[in-house]
Design a protein around this ligand. Structure first.
Ligand code: MG
Length: 220
């Protein structure tokens, strides 16, 4: 048994590294006695962290398996795998210990502390990494009619969605982004129109209530 706390030194920084899909290739469950090939880039990161004096823990749901499989043999198999591939490790666990400072996990979503915000959203990254269906072509990779959006790093629809922009603002961004590749001045004019609508409806008294007034008028 590894004895999770036996090698733990409170002075040292502890990193919990997931196994399947993070440190080892994972392409679907093939049994407790199968661990995929090590992922070189992650193995390198683990070596780097260990040589910097950090503790490395394998943090894996394999040990949380509710079936009757003997936990000791599961752990033994992981230790063997680590040894064969010369990967440093201070312990194997499925417990989220409070001394873990970092979690490296292919399924984790980073969260900005005390905000309720996902890190990928505040950084404006594509959250596609987190989808289960990674093989499925993202709808954002497909564009009907032209390629002026799909060639962008961040598409207007993604930007609007992840920043919770109302539809008018989203449409302004769309026209501003595409005018050079699509309808030129016409797109810029549309953006201008939409901006004027936002000013009218959100900031000017006459515009703010115009819809309500119209609706009331139609009732009479
Ligand atoms: Mg994983």
């Amino acid at each position: 048994m590894s004895g999770i706390n036996s090698g733990f030194d409170m002075e040292r920084y502890a990193i919990a590294v997931d196994l399947d899909g993070t440190l080892a290739e994972y392409h679907g469950w093939k049994g407790i006695d199968h661990i995929g090939s090590p992922i070189p880039a992650m193995v390198e990161k683990v070596h780097k962290a260990a040589s910097a004096g950090h503790q490395i823990y394998i943090f894996t749901a394999r040990l949380a398996d509710e079936s009757k499989v003997d936990k000791t043999s599961i752990e033994k198999y992981i230790w063997q795998w680590l040894k064969i591939h010369n990967i440093p490790c201070n312990g194997i666990t499925c417990i989220k210990h409070k001394f873990f400072k970092e979690f490296w996990d292919d399924r984790a979503k980073g969260v900005v502390p005390n905000t309720g915000e996902f890190l990928h959203e505040s950084l404006g990254c594509d959250p596609a990494y987190y989808r289960d269906e990674l093989e499925v072509e993202s709808s954002l990779d497909v564009q009907i009619g032209g390629d002026h959006y799909s060639k962008l790093l961040i598409q207007p629809a993604e930007y609007a969605e992840y920043n919770n922009l109302p539809s008018l603002e989203g449409a302004v961004i769309k026209y501003i982004t595409r005018h050079q590749d699509k309808n030129g001045i016409q797109d810029l004019e549309k953006a201008k129109d939409l901006i004027n609508m936002i000013i009218d409806m959100r900031y000017l008294e006459k515009g703010k209530n115009s819809l309500l007034k119209r609706l009331e008028g139609s009732k009479k």
